[in-house]
Design a protein around this ligand. Structure first.
Ligand code: GBH
Length: 470
């Protein structure tokens, strides 16, 4: 045993909350149970199964629709205090905007069970499972999305807002807008590069603002909760020969696309993004990035009580050598992304262990937006599913140490960490071939037992002692 690195004790105060995360389509199963209508993932897995790496689907999966109490036990076993889960829109309302009581009951039961166990529900309203009937109307490419989201948000606040005190409107628009409406690598498989992603982002922002306003106008006073948005970001370092300005531009194109309108004092999309996309729109009078009018701009400035940040990995920014289509988000940024060969890789092709990137990203957010409250709502490590998941523990510790440094050295306001994920689950296009859970799930057994991995004892010790050695 050689101890190359000096070890430290990291203490976390009682005010810092530890939890775990999941998402409805990835864990629930019950895809057509009790009045639920199909969503865009049901459509994809049923019509294009060959697109999923192992041809699997989440029709049943871990079946949290029936075994949610096992998930709550799993959280309890790990000593966790927050559960970030998402609500399946298609379980709650159908195409005639009729409310599905069975769907409401399911989430009422889950929320009550959490509260009974003293675990805070942190609810994502949309984690990629758009009802198919809304996609059929144009989905995120059509402004009708905003009205549908408002209706849905109202049902959620009314039904669950007495117990849910922290809401997240959307999970990772950077991913679902690019993959869903530009590159066609995730449902609804719309290929409209250079247009579709920006239209999607625009309507997503309008829907977010509408939900925020609704909460302020009709619910905040009585329910006294908070509402934020969940954004995915890498941290971008310049590769040798690339200027820091280019890395900064990339950060603005990825995180800034959505944080600048909401968390900056001037609002609107980042100026560099507006300018570059306009410059690269040569064949039509208007920019491919929709124009944000003053009304929209003002509805978004300050329209979040916290930033929910999903951080997994970082990238080096290099000059663009590959062609990324005639038009696309990536060709608009005008860079390539590469990996530092010193970074250690997880099972997922894209996931490298770069904890320093989280520290640097938190510092960037603090400086850029006057130190907003941040919750790390996803961070996690994929492997083959072994119960002795030391690499996962190591990854998590390294990221918690980075958060600790951001809090104590830099005074960043990070208040919670929810690991991805509470249980192994359906990893989207990768099916069940990569596992992120701190619990395994016995998928072939009728009771879908949740089995603790070694990382559960790590969290148990951490939450008991409020400290870790790393
Ligand atoms: C999260 O997405 C999701 O919210 C969650 O549902 C999912 O299960 C979890 O991560 C694990 O994948 O990184 O620039 O090379 C973030 C994951 C981000 C994975 C984008 C693929 C590829 C682009 N995705 N990534 S990049």
């Amino acid at each position: 045993f050689t101890n190359e690195r000096e070890q430290h004790i990291y203490e976390f105060s009682k005010d810092f909350k530890f939890g775990a995360a999941s998402a409805s389509y990835q864990i629930e199963g019950g895809w057509n149970a009790d009045g639920k209508t199909p969503n865009i993932w049901d459509t994809l897995v049923h019509t294009r199964p060959e697109l999923i790496k192992d041809q699997s689907n989440a029709d049943v999966g871990a079946d949290s629709y029936h075994f949610y109490k096992e998930d709550v036990k799993a959280l309890k076993n790990a000593g966790l205090e927050v559960y970030r889960f998402s609500i399946s829109w298609a379980r709650i309302v159908n195409e005639t905007n009729v409310i599905n009581q069975a769907g409401i009951d399911y989430y009422n039961n889950l929320i009550d069970e959490l509260i009974k166990e003293d675990i805070e529900p942190l609810v994502t309203m949309y984690h990629w499972d758009l009802p198919q009937y809304i996609e059929d109307l144009g989905g995120f490419q059509d402004p009708i999305l905003v009205e549908h989201f408002k209706f849905y948000a109202n049902v959620l606040f009314k039904s669950f807002g007495d117990r849910v005190k922290r809401w997240i409107t959307f999970n990772e628009p950077w991913i679902f807008c690019i993959d869903g409406y530009s590159s066609a690598t995730k449902p609804p498989l719309i290929e409209s590069p250079g247009f579709g992603e920006y239209l999607c982002g625009h309507h997503m922002l309008q829907a977010h603002a509408a939900a925020y306003k609704l909460y302020n106008d009709d619910y905040r006073e009585q329910q006294t909760g908070e509402i934020g948005i969940c954004l995915f970001s890498n941290f971008f370092y310049p590769d040798s020969g690339v200027s820091p300005e280019v890395a900064e531009k990339t950060q603005q194109f990825q995180l800034g696309w959505f944080t600048h309108p909401i968390f900056s004092s001037e609002g609107n999309y980042p100026k560099i993004m507006i300018d570059e996309i306009k410059d690269k729109t040569v064949d039509q009078p208007l920019s491919r990035l929709p124009i944000m009018d003053d009304e929209m701009k003002n509805s978004l400035i300050g329209a979040a009580d916290f930033l929910a940040l999903n951080y997994y990995t970082s990238r080096l920014v290099a000059p663009m050598t590959e062609v990324h289509g005639e038009r696309s988000w990536q060709s608009d940024v005008g860079v390539d992304f590469i990996i530092d060969e010193k970074w250690e890789k997880a099972k997922s092709w894209w996931l490298y262990n770069v904890p320093q990137g989280l520290h640097d990203l938190l510092k960037w957010i603090k400086a850029e937006y006057n130190n907003p409250t941040v919750l790390i709502t996803e961070n996690g490590y994929s492997d083959d599913g072994q119960l002795d998941d030391d690499d996962r523990i190591n990854y998590i510790k390294a990221h918690l140490a980075a958060i600790h440094r951001a809090i104590h050295q830099d005074r960043c306001k990070v208040v919670a960490y929810t690991v991805w994920s509470i249980i192994d689950n359906f990893e989207w296009m990768e099916g069940f071939t990569e596992k992120f859970g701190i619990h395994a799930v016995n998928l072939t057994s009728p009771n879908k037992e949740r089995i603790a991995k070694k990382s559960v004892s790590f969290f148990k010790d951490l939450t008991d002692q409020r400290q870790m050695i790393f």
